[in-house]
Design a protein around this ligand. Sequence first.
Ligand SMILES: Cc1cc2nc3c(=O)[nH]c(=O)nc-3n(C[C@H](O)[C@H](O)[C@H](O)COP(=O)(O)O)c2cc1C
Length: 452
Amino acid sequence: MPDDPIASELLIRGVRFPNRVLRSSIGGRNCNIDGSVTDVWKNFEKRFAEGGVGGIVSTTFHVDQSRLSPLQYPSIALPAHVNALRRYLPQIRRDGATPYIIQIGDPGYTTYSSLLPEDTDGLSSSDGIDLAFGYANRRRAMSQAQIETAIANYAAAAARAREAGADGVEITAAKGYLIHQFLNPGINTRTDEWGGTADKRFRFLECIMQAVRQAVGPDYLVGVRLSAVDHNQDPLALWLLRLPWHFAPVERRLGNDLAQMGSYAQRLEALGADFLHVTAGFGFPNPHDVPGRFPFEEVRMFFDSVRHLSGKASARAALAHLAPTGLLDWLTNIGWEAGRAVNLPYASAIRQRVGIPVICNGGIQDRATIENALQSCDMVSMARALIADPGLVGDMLALKPPRLAPCTQCNKCVGRTATSPLGCYDRTRFASDSAMVAAIAAFNAGDVPDSK
Ligand SMILES: Cc1cc2nc3c(=O)[nH]c(=O)nc-3n(C[C@H](O)[C@H](O)[C@H](O)COP(=O)(O)O)c2cc1C
């Protein structure tokens, strides 16, 4: 189609994106236990490049080898991780036809799982209790030395991403991960130079941004994934604050608002960020990041799988079995609903405050929604719609109807990400149980060895 806004190229810091739709981060258990990537991971990612997306943002690659979570997610915390990436990235990037951006992050206290309980899995900006996210009974404030190590980990990881042949890095300051734990006033209650004011809460991200830029040089693509509004008052996130909730100051109850995040966005631009990838909410999952249903049964499966790790994890799993499933499913779905381009108003508002490209994420699946989003943002990114149909973008660009049924935002894939092979678990989209299982197996297939 002439002048198709979706098909138009975009050049950011020397990287040429052939169209405006990125594959957003999708993580699954497709790597080795040490976090090195595998042929299963490579085949998974390659599928989206072949399906026509304009670029891929990876799942979170861990920057700290002592906090690998969920298990079998990828890591870039060690020099040895570069080798397998070097081997597989060219097949995904297809000589740069599909740029590949490695997202780097550290879950801090929201660490989901571990083989055995580990002290470092509870580290965060401040002490506190969170009944919903992470498995550690309490989160604990990092020391000055631990903060400095964490910053250095990000820089080293970014340098490795460049060495491995990735086109850029995305620092995740969203998702309730460690950087977000410093930014969010509900979590960060420090009174030293790392907290206490909006400026000081930003300092951790600022130091990481500076260290990463220094490690990769001025000519390398560096973006940041930001939560535009924290929504601490959301049902799940509510559990993260120390009670009594009603007596907490407003800022702690609500978290950062759009005005605050807009000013952080401007500071990131001044620090040399090349793009901002905008989502919303705190913690994964949350209804502003993955609009749709709360996948209660799948999350309960996950709770059961980590109940051995702490008193909190055990109590949480027990609670999830206390009442009939239907009742708990209904209760946990309060505040959750399906939606299209749910974060577009936020992404557009941030775009008005910065001069760098802004990527809009959350509930995007069809051409009309993408075209509308591109009127006020530079790119969009999609995750679940592409799990449902990895060829969706290619077909959209060729003006062909989608080949597969659309994503229903049931979020079963989200609930199962830490326990099961990655794929679509919405049985209503398949003709039979075995068809669904076959599709999931195909999504997780390794290379077939040579018969010779
Ligand atoms: C199975 C699954 C795994 C995900 N893993 C990550 C991740 O590792 N890092 C991240 O920033 N977002 C992750 N996300 C969030 C997506 O990147 C995206 O923000 C979210 O699904 C909303 O976009 P969508 O409506 O297009 O699915 C994941 C989403 C899904 C469904």
